[in-house]
Structure formats: structure tokens, C-alpha cells
Design a protein around this ligand. Structure first.
Ligand code: C2O
Ligand code: CU
Ligand code: CU
Length: 499
């Protein structure tokens, strides 16, 4: 889809979310024809996905260990057969290497900034000291470098890394800067899960392209809704395919999109066996037919292609969903094609127990904090262009203001209240993991991937979600924000200081 039709479509979507009383106000600032001419059959579609033909093999990012250099730069990548302008952590390609380490390792990653603007790296999911966390105001200036050095003592999991400079996060991530960070440990190794070529990392992202490169140019409405693309990429490849054998695979999935939520399912309705999430393995596997994955969230999934005849094509797809307001879930589309090409004997069976997870007692919480999400949409003509489209407790991010003071080594309950909201917000807390206690309103329950340890939780319109948060001895000023990166860059972020 070209830029022009995109704008028309998102204009239609935006119109549809208004309360009746706000329509007149909205019409004074937008042209009526834009809204009325583009609502097709009463169903609004935002950033319609155009699949291509699944003829390009899936790329698997190279893997490096605990010592590496990342060199964020403007470069080119071959995507969809075209050489395009992108941002990379190395020449000639988007996405950085997969960093794979063992629990207990010391990490030393040098970042040399060759961009023409500040950047930094946030290690999303890592429990590390504040000076290594990539706080939005702790940046590496143009031509500067920084060595991220920390040791990792947390359990096996799939974390990820991405830029987090205040105001530049969304554009830098969208243009290509992100990578996977895997931790292995002995608890995981004992399960003998599918490994090497049978463990497949999948970074799912949507992107918009011009004829020359990835385009990041959000309109006011994109800043309110989130910037979505019409092409779905996995590991930097548009509409890829992957040849598989008749056996179990372990899929390590990251939603690295700025704002798009996926409702993952297989085209032939085979099971997802969910074995882990943001913070590592669950206690027990849970089998589902579909699973929502919001920006920033990760999934550890077993899928079994045994029984499929050679030549079978099975799509990983995103199904429609109606729990996220009118901006998302309006279309089903294919993401990745698996082609069963080889018959093998597989002796793997899914373990009945995966890991030991202690449920944190509600009674151990010494404090409850409430975070109410509000939105400026339609209240004024501003629509967040200069920040402030969405607020947490009525506030917009201010680097000079500490919003919450937390005592180290205490446990708290945080309530995230989107009951007044009309948009989904994947809420993320830096440098720790929490357990989700409950969800009231909206979906009214937890989903299979919300047991165990999380660092990002999706709060749909109408929902109130309670999480229980054990703060560690990591002190300093960290951030808590929406991982819709347009929301985040426009100020949907607070600071908490642990001391
Ligand atoms: Cu992945 Cu503060 O974010
Ligand atoms: Cu993070
Ligand atoms: Cu948000």
C-alpha cells in the first residue's frame, strides 16, 4: 500500500474511535471526506497488511557470545529484493546479532555510535545496574562509544536489546535496530528442549517502505495509535518461508514491532505449547490454539510438525481479535510459511514440568501503587504531536521528575488501570520481572503466556491489571512505560527511583 492510501485508512480508523459527543469537535480539525469515504462496510482496517509470496528463505541472525561490538549506523539491506536504506548494528542488514550467554557470564559489549544522532542500548529483560540499563537520558552521542559491562545472574530466558534514547527510540527501532539476547542455564538444559537448528528465533516486525528505504514518518494520528507497517517481516525478511522436518521445534518469538499486536495461530490449527515468556520458562506447559503477543513481549513455544505429509505448507498467521479497540485486530494475515520437507524420527516429548517458580504471596506486598492511563485524544486538537497523547496518572515523561520512590528489596503491587482507555497499552518495567496477579474488565482473565515471570504486560481497553513486583537491590532511577513506541516517545513513561 502506498503512503497516500495508508493515511486515508488510518484517518478512517481514527474517526471510528470517537465518542459521539466528540465527532463534531473532530470534524472541525479534520476533513469530513477523509473519514466518511474510507470506512468500508462498517469495518475499519488500519495499516492493511499486504502479504507477498513467501518465496524468500527465513534468515537466522548470526550468534555471538558475551564479548561483541555493535556499530549502529545508517546502511543498506536487501529486503524484498531491493537494496534499501536502513539502520543496522553492522553494515548491510537490519537487526543485530543474537547474543547468547550462560547464566553467570560477564558481558562486555562495545557500542560505537556511527549514527548522526544519539543512541544507546536498553537490555530489555535484563536485571542489571542502572548505569548499564540504557535509560532514555543516558545516551551515546554521535561518534561516541560506550562499553556495556555487567554480569548476568538471572535465569534462562529470551531478552532483547534495542535503542532507547529519549525521542528517538521509535524511529531507530523501526528503521532496524534491535536484536535478541538469550540466556541459557542448567535448569533449561536438563529439559533437552529442541536445540541448534531446531530452536528458531523469530523476530516479528511490521514495516513501511518507500522505494528507497524503511520509512518512519508518523502523523499525529500515528502518534496516537502507534505506527504500523503494511509489510510483516520475520528476522528482517518480508513474508519468509522455512523448511522443517516432521518433528518438534522450539520457537523463540519476539514481537519487535513498534505498536502492532499479533494474535498468533497456525493455519492448520495445530497447537502452540507455550513453555515460556518474557522471564523464562513457565512452571508447566500450556497448550493453546492462538496467543496474543504485544510489542516487547516474548514467547517460548513448542510446535510439532510430526504427522504432516511431505510438502505440507503451514502458515504462522495472525488472526483477527476484537479486544483491543478499533485500531488493531481487524485483519487476519500470514506471517511465515513452514514447508514440511523431510521425514524424521523424533523422540522428544514435552516435559510435564518445566521449572520451579515460587508464587509471590500478595501478603508480602508492602505497598500498592495505582497507575491510571488517560488519553488526550479528542479533548483538544493537540493529539499528542508534541507529547502527551497518553498519560500515566495525568503525567507525561519528564526526565527531571521522579514519579515514584521505591524501597529496595521490597515487594509492591502495581495496578495498571486502562478502564477509561480506548487503546491497548503493553506496559513495561525496566530491570526486573513481575508476576501478573489478575485482570479485571475487558478479557477478565490471564492468558497462557501470563503465568511465570513477565516484564511487559498488555492492558487492553477497559482492563485493570495487577502485577506483583519484587524490587531487588538494584538501586537508581529506572523507567516504566508503554511499549507502544510511539506512545513511549510521546511521553507515556514515568521514572521510579529505587533506593
Ligand atoms: Cu524494550 Cu524501555 O524498553
Ligand atoms: Cu526494558
Ligand atoms: Cu500505550
Amino acid at each position: 500500500m502506498n503512503r497516500r492510501s495508508f493515511v486515508k485508512v488510518s484517518g478512517a480508523s481514527f474517526g471510528s474511535i470517537m465518542f459521539a459527543s466528540s465527532i463534531a469537535e473532530f470534524l472541525t480539525s479534520c476533513t469530513k471526506t477523509t473519514i466518511l469515504n474510507n470506512t468500508v462496510g462498517g469495518t475499519v482496517q488500519l495499516a492493511i497488511v499486504n502479504e507477498t509470496s513467501f518465496l524468500t528463505p527465513l534468515n537466522i541472525p548470526v550468534t555471538v557470545g558475551s564479548n561483541a561490538t555493535l556499530n549502529p549506523q545508517s546502511t543498506t539491506a536487501t529486503i524484498g529484493g531491493n537494496s534499501l536504506q536502513v539502520l543496522g548494528y553492522q553494515p548491510n542488514g537490519i537487526l543485530g546479532p543474537t547474543i547468547r550467554i550462560n547464566k553467570g557470564d560477564s558481558v562486555n559489549i562495545k557500542v560505537q555510535n556511527s549514527l548522526s544522532e544519539p543512541t544507546n542500548i536498553h537490555w530489555h529483560g535484563l536485571e542489571i545496574p542502572v548505569n548499564m540499563d540504557g535509560h532514555p537520558s543516558n545516551v551515546i552521542n554521535q561518534s561516541g562509544s560506550f562499553n556495556y559491562q555487567y554480569s548476568v545472574s538471572q535465569r534462562a530466558s529470551l531478552s532483547w536489546y534495542h535503542p532507547h534514547p529519549d525521542g528517538y527510540t521509535a524511529s531507530q527501532v523501526f528503521k532496524g535496530l534491535a536484536g535478541i539476547f538469550l540466556i541459557n542455564d542448567s535448569e533449561e538444559a536438563a529439559l533437552n528442549l529442541p536445540s541448534s537448528e531446531n530452536e528458531i528465533p523469530l523476530v516479528i516486525q511490521d514495516k513501511r517502505f518507500s522505494s528507497t528505504g524503511i520509512v518512519y514518518s508518523p502523523s499525529m494520528m500515528d502518534n496516537m495509535n502507534g505506527y504500523m507497517g503494511d509489510k510483516i517481516l520475520v528476522n528482517g525478511v518480508i513474508s519468509p518461508f522455512k523448511e522443517v522436518s516432521t518433528r518438534y521445534y522450539r520457537l523463540r518469538i519476539l514481537n519487535g514491532s513498534n505498536s502492532r499486536i499479533y494474535n498468533l495461530a497456525f493455519s492448520n490449527n495445530i497447537d502452540f505449547t507455550i513453555i515460556g515468556n518474557d522471564g523464562g520458562l513457565l512452571k508447566y506447559p500450556i497448550t493453546v490454539k492462538s496467543i496474543l503477543l504485544a510489542p516487547g513481549e516474548r514467547l517460548d513455544v513448542l510446535v510439532n510438525f510430526a504427522g504432516a505429509t511431505i510438502g505440507t505448507e503451514i502458515f504462522l498467521q495472525s488472526n483477527m481479535f476484537n479486544t483491543a479497540g478499533s485500531m488493531q485486530g481487524n485483519q487476519s494475515f500470514n506471517i511465515l510459511k513452514f514447508v514440511v520437507t523431510k521425514s524424521v524420527t523424533d523422540t522428544f516429548s514435552v516435559p510435564t514440568k518445566l521449572s520451579d517458580i515460587t508464587t509471590i504471596a500478595v501478603s508480602s506486598a508492602s505497598k500498592t501503587r495505582n497507575f491510571t492511563i488517560t488519553s488526550m485524544q479528542m479533548q483538544s486538537g493537540m493529539m499528542g504531536q508534541n507529547g502527551g497523547g497518553h498519560q500515566i496518572n495525568g503525567k507525561v515523561y519528564d526526565k527531571n521528575r521522579i514519579d515514584e520512590y521505591v524501597a529496595a528489596n521490597t515487594t509492591e503491587i502495581w495496578t495498571i488501570d486502562n478502564s477509561q482507555g480506548m487503546e491497548p497499552h503493553p506496559m513495561h518495567i525496566h530491570a526486573l520481572h513481575f508476576q501478573v496477579l489478575d485482570r479485571t474488565g475487558g478479557r477478565n482473565q490471564l492468558i497462557a503466556s501470563e503465568y511465570g515471570w513477565k516484564d511487559t504486560v498488555l492492558v487492553m481497553p477497559g482492563e485493570k491489571v495487577r502485577v506483583i513486583v519484587p524490587f531487588s537491590s538494584l538501586t537508581g532511577t529506572y523507567v516504566f512505560h508503554c511499549h507502544n513506541l510511539e506512545h513511549e516517545d510521546n511521553g507515556m513513561m514515568l521514572q521510579f527511583q529505587v533506593s
